[in-house]
Design a protein around this ligand. Sequence first.
Ligand SMILES: Cc1ncc(COP(=O)(O)O)c(C=O)c1O
Length: 391
Amino acid sequence: MKKDTKVVRAGLNKKRNAGAVNTPVVRTSTVLYENVAAMRDASDRVLKKREKVLYYGRRGTATHWTLQEAITELAGGADTVLTPSGLSACTVAILGCVKTGDHILVTDSAYEPTRSFCDGFLKNLGVETTYFDPLIGAGIAALLKPNTKLVFCESPGSLTFEIQDIPAIAAAAHAKGAKVAVDNTWASPLFCQPLALGADLSIEAGTKYIVGHSDALIGTITGTADAIVGVQKASGLLGISVSADDAYLATRGLRTLAVRLRQHQQNALIVARWLQAQPDVKRVLYPALPEDPGHALWKRDFSGASGLMGVVMKASSEPALAALIDDMEIFGLGFSWGGFESLISPVIPLRTAAPWTEPQPGFRLHIGLEDTADLIADLEKGLARFRQSLK
Ligand SMILES: Cc1ncc(COP(=O)(O)O)c(C=O)c1O
């Protein structure tokens, strides 16, 4: 089946859905058993054999299984663990791979809360983190230590948009017995499958494009048969659980992912090209542009681009950027991205391994599904305010 068909059909199960097209919301905590033998049997099937049968609400219901199976199929993995946010998908994936005394490598372009987790929680756990240049590729071999258990990538980085060479990183990591996890939120499983590129775990902040409507938080971790076991254990021990309502919203969003992403991509390319032609703009960070340094790797490893991009100005200042952003009419100012609407936010990347030398602050745009003429008109007025303020 082609990807668009998979997005529509993956995880659907007529029997499970009692005739409904979408799996209904199955909410429960307690599940009642006929007798002790039935209860023991369910424990055995869920905890030991990892079968998807109703056991206790925290372990999932049909609503969760539909989403898990759909994402597993799209990402090309063995199974998927759901988490209550994209950030918890990053942290649970890491916790599924490490123990006290281990070392991990994390891309310098990682989403800041992922870094904070490594610098705080992991450090307290006795797990050491080293940040690496996102463009390191096969050079990662030099940073792998005997106790390195995981290389954590985010490609492209959601602030600076470098594309990482996942096949080269995975080959080097596997040669030394380390696993590779990729935060694949920008591309979604539709436009990139990190597991097919050699990664062991593929992470999505489903909050973004999968939910697609800015009204629910969820995370997914899909792994190879070998790698997902540790993540399943970590998630079970931590008591990680996702509400059936949010799993339902994610599955519902998923069904229109292909059409939405095509439009995000089309709109983003129009806006990116327009921005490139503006005299105050130094660079547009968007790997689908042929001028982007990551374009060749993007073409090799991705089948599309989403709506998130960075903008670097030739000269900038905090007040000038505030003048640009504060009076936008269509672009909203807010955290997150991946919904149907356009967003803008100031950006100052936090780097420790590979300095970000572009003029700061820049800004990040999420290009939504509005008409690009309206988006460009909004940006045009914003850039005029920026120029005026910078004078
Ligand atoms: C790349 C990336 N990963 C993970 C997350 C975390 O997702 P959530 O907000 O659902 O915790 C974000 C959120 O902005 C993100 O940009």
